[in-house]
Write a protein that binds this ligand. Structure first.
Ligand code: A3P
Length: 300
């Protein structure tokens, strides 16, 4: 197995390179018109990134093919600030566990080790727009498991049974799915946050893409929207070298183990969870998500 040692920031495991650059990341200066894409890993980051860029480029496919998606939407946690030649927006992914604002102080710090703010404060200070995509926990777990198998910068996931425990306990990069999703869900009415679900985009892409368009303050023709729906389909993005990570070195991502664009479906968890695991998971889910109004679709 791979010997990757993750590091912790305020109780959340992160990749060593992110932690090493932490002060630089935290001092990132967002501009008021920045749009941030925030997701838990494997929730559909690449998909929403491509959708946002397609909208931004008014459906111009060639403009979206100008660079690989990781360069068009630089990840803040990789400390690669956007270049002037790139899109006018800054995009950030996978940051933001348990967001804390001054109006919501922790009752007791010793009791609340999770309360932290992983996002550079300037995003809140500038009242930036946030686009959050959530994906149901079971499919996220499955996708993350296969991602850790093929991604050599992440720890070996072990067996599926082992990974099941690892994921539930939040001992993965960006921490607990439960805390991440709950944290953003609770923040959504206090800031300019468009909260989307992977399952909704899958079921009715045009409807969700239109929401994103409106949130971005754009107005595109129906034909352009239809084109964006087509160009951001799983099949198209799987064969597109600008989105499918095929340009990433095999020593970082070995797609012969598992494709980055793996299945792109809702409900693949049914091919992985045993009946016993499913019952146990549902029980844990109920406890961890108690009091939250969020509702996930588990199959289409
Ligand atoms: P699976 O492993 O279930 O196939 P992220 O970009 O956050 O790392 O998420 C990756 C997941 O999103 C993968 O899930 C990938 O296949 C899926 N995905 C990427 N593009 C997609 C698209 N256009 N439609 C549906 N799913 C997509």
């Amino acid at each position: 197995g791979k010997q990757i040692k993750l590091k912790e920031v305020e109780g959340t495991l992160l990749q060593p390179a992110t932690v090493d650059n932490w002060s630089q990341i935290q001092s990132f200066e967002a501009k008021p018109d920045d749009l941030l894409i925030c997701t838990y890993p494997k929730a559909g980051t690449t998909w929403i990134q491509e959708i946002v860029d397609m909208i931004e480029q008014n459906g111009d496919v060639e403009k979206c093919q100008r660079a690989i998606i990781q360069h068009r939407h630089p990840f803040i946690e990789w400390a690669r600030p956007p270049q002037p030649s790139e899109t006018g927006f800054h995009h950030v992914a996978q940051v933001g566990l348990e967001l804390l604002s001054s109006s919501n102080p922790p009752a007791s710090t010793s009791q609340s080790p999770k309360i932290t703010d992983l996002l550079p404060p300037s995003f809140w200070e500038n009242n930036c727009k946030f686009l959050y995509v959530a994906r149901n926990a079971k499919d996220c777990m499955v996708s993350y498991y296969h991602f850790q198998r093929m991604n050599h910068t992440l720890p070996d996931p072990g067996t599926w049974e082992e990974y099941f425990e690892t994921f539930i306990s939040g001992k993965v990069v960006w921490g607990s799915w439960f805390d991440h999703v709950k944290g953003w869900w609770e923040m959504k009415d206090r800031y300019q946050i468009l909260f989307l679900f992977y399952e909704d985009i899958k079921r009715d892409p045009k409807h969700e893409i239109r929401k994103v368009m409106q949130f971005m303050g754009k107005n595109l023709d129906e034909t352009v929207l239809d084109k964006i729906v087509q160009e951001t389909s799983f099949e198209k993005m799987k064969e597109n070298p600008m989105t499918n990570r095929s340009t990433v070195s095999k020593s970082i991502m070995d797609q012969s183990i598992s494709s980055f664009m793996r299945k792109g479906t809702v409900g693949d968890w049914k091919n992985h969870f045993t009946v016993a695991q499913n019952e146990r998971f549902d029980e844990i889910y109920r406890k961890k998500m108690e009091g939250t109004s969020i509702n996930f679709c588990m199959e289409l």
